[in-house]
Design a protein. Sequence first.
Length: 94
Amino acid sequence: MTVGFLATARAEAGYDPVARGIHWLVAVLVVAVVGLGWVVDGTPRNSPTREWVLLLHRSLGLTILIVMLFRAAWRRLRPPPPLPDSLRLIEIAL
């Protein structure tokens, strides 16, 4: 009886705060990396500014990789909530 209640509470609660935080952290980092990629294109070659922007771009890219690996491990330990019963098969496949 308690297990059913916990499963229902988990399904209603959605994703846990850590999963949500990781999601938004990656979203912000991706926007920053894309922005830095555009900035790199506009900086003169062999300049200290370009080297700094490239270093920052690469560092944030590696940070995204590390956070995504942590996200994969977190998801394996804490599975996502079940899909709603109202979804059709085509929606589940997407």
